[in-house]
Design a protein around this ligand. Structure first.
Ligand code: ATP
Ligand code: MG
Length: 162
């Protein structure tokens, strides 16, 4: 069964939670899942939940601000995971922002997409997905903000946004 490339982008809420929902579903089908989260330290509630899955779901953080050499190491680890086919679902959470955060380039992200084994379903989330990433994907969903309480001054809350 071939794997497809998903992109969840846009300003509205739901990109990361959609990817986590898919991870939940895939784990239930007996798939191993690899989740890489880019550009932010994750002390999130989802990490607490995901740890309960043991070896079924692996979560790694990449691209916490640091030297480019470290970023390259991160990239090669992701390439290995994708190429191995050992994780039929791979989530690159907030990877669309990696070029802006100078963790890696759009070309690097395309390299990651191309590196995956045939069976790997790949989900890329984050705002401002680059046109070239969208063009390469098989499924693109744009979460459009109709309303968000962020504009009322409600910041990220544990259990809901983090
Ligand atoms: P979720 O993880 O809830 O599914 P998401 O992945 O779709 O959300 P992200 O783009 O990763 O959303 O950003 C979520 C964070 O951005 C939230 O913590 C939220 O408080 C904040 N946020 C929401 N709307 C805005 C906005 N218009 N401008 C800046 N930050 C916002
Ligand atoms: Mg997100």
């Amino acid at each position: 069964m071939p794997g497809y490339v998903h992109v969840y982008t846009g300003n509205g809420k739901g990109k990361t939670t959609a990817a986590l929902g898919l991870a939940l579903r895939a784990a239930g089908a007996g798939w191993r899942v690899f989740i890489a989260q880019f550009g932010k330290g994750m002390t999130s509630s989802e990490l607490e939940s995901l740890q309960r899955f043991g070896d079924t779901i692996t979560v790694r953080q990449f691209g916490a601000p640091g030297p480019v050499t470290e970023a390259r190491g991160d990239l090669s680890e992701c390439i290995e995971v994708l190429a191995s086919g050992d994780y039929p679902l791979v989530v690159l959470d907030e990877a669309t922002l990696a070029p802006m955060l100078e963790i890696f380039s759009v070309d690097d992200l395309l390299t990651l997409i191309d590196a995956r084994a045939e069976n790997v379903e790949l989900v890329i989330t984050g705002r401002y997905a680059h046109r070239r990433i969208i063009d390469r994907a098989d499924l693109v969903t744009e979460m459009r903000e109709v309303k968000h309480y962020y504009h009322q001054g409600v910041l990220a809350r544990a259990g809901i946004e983090r």
